[in-house]
Write a protein of this length. Sequence first.
Length: 130
Amino acid sequence: NTAQAVAALFDLAREINRHENEGFEAGEAREALKELGGVLGLSFEEPERAPLDAAKFVELANFTYKELNRTDVPDDSLSAASIVDNLLLIRQELRKEKKWQQADMVRAKLDEAGITFEDTPQGTVWRRKR
């Protein structure tokens, strides 16, 4: 029964994710999931993503810099990733200065633009939302 097989794969995927979130290594289980899914013709490959739209992030940076009364607006020729990095540096500065509301505004704007990030002891790590 295909429906039961797919349900079992979802259960396995959920358990793999739960174990990885708890810090356990689940590489072998993940490979087994791929192999079993392959039997049903399923692929677990990440789809190709379009590159980040630099114009969108230039607009976001211009708005954010204006809101923060900053004059050091980034160059329009920067990549979207560079602009995100710049905005995260500004957010770090704001946090050091205990300007929590402004730092949260930068976070919210990046969140609206599809960027999520995590503050770690090694620094801030960002990625695109799925």
